[in-house]
Design a protein around this ligand. Sequence first.
Ligand code: OFO
Length: 174
Amino acid sequence: MLNEKIQTAINAQINAEMWSAYLYLSMASYCHSIGQTGMARWYEVQFKEEQDHAKILFNYVIQRNGKVLLRAINAVPTEWKSILDVFQNTLAHEQDITEMINKLYALSITENDYATQSMLKWFIDEQVEEEDNAQTIIDNLKMIKDDGVGLFMLDKELGARTYAMAASLVNSTL
Ligand code: OFO
């Protein structure tokens, strides 16, 4: 059984992951609006992955005999200054999420909740990847600047991203 503090913190994390999904769908919409369809596709995959993150936490709470409490998902931004601004906001957002995961992990240590520590290790690794992905695209965009061909090539590359369901969900009966 999950203790109250851990359950509350995981429920907040579920909300944050759903907000992330909503944010990335909004970013996909922005990319479509400026004709960057490959980047839009990249964000659509991101949208699905964030829903997976929320579902992994949802399943975990259920397995530990806890209760998931779904709260309102706040509104997300809908406009950005440029495509570079979008990815810079993505990195800043992922850094905030990393901070939340780290706090959750620290709480699971003080509460002696070893199962939660084990579950969170996947998220800790995932955050390293999330931040690295955004940083790499930012570096590319800074290199490209206003070069149309470079932007076209990057859009094509990001559009090739495919979604794969997180392994723990594929094998789950929940
Ligand atoms: Fe769930 O990792 Fe991004 O936000």
